[in-house]
Design a protein around this ligand. Sequence first.
Ligand code: ZN
Length: 221
Amino acid sequence: MKKTSGDLHPTPFNKEFQWNAWKNIQKEIPEKGWVWQNIRTGKAGGAQWMEQQIYYDMLYTFRLGTLSPYAIGLLEGKLLGTKCPICGDITFPPRVNCWNLDCNLEKTTWVEMPKKGKLHAWTVCGFAAKSALKKLPFVLAYVLVGDSKTAIANILHIKEPWHTETNMPVIIKFASKEDRVGNLIDFWFEPDSSWTSGPMTEEKERIKLLCEPVYKWVKTL
Ligand SMILES: [Zn+2]
């Protein structure tokens, strides 16, 4: 196994992914995950704003500007989307201005979204950033929350990832108040209690097989 010197995230040159080789290489990666976060909120021009600082290999500062109510809503356990007063389109994640050309960038208004949605697209992740490795394999899902015209990506907590199905109903669960940071990691998706998975199919078997080495490898971490 070789790696290019100076690469922050070296990837194996082998065409086939070598799990054991990666186990050795990952020790050299300085990534620690979401180790530090500072949130400041305040008021400017009559509106609430939020600034976040996150350490993820390096320090990032985000000023959320007009989208601050979205992050502040997460801290309060609420999903805030936006609605255009002209065409009525609802979007979550929020958009400050309407996307419809006919609406001429009309300013949207905030609306609280229901904590349920429909799974639009998904994938099973067999690899992740270092801080999420032990959660593998997990499902990354794009969900249409409520009547939103846009989908938002987050983790779907499901016991057997291969049973995930397009269009399945999901609910949104929030982390406990003390653990919320005003960020995507404050919530996740779970299958709605009304949903039961369909029978195993050829495709589900294929995905299950692909998950096996991941489960095995994660146990060694
Ligand atoms: Zn519009």
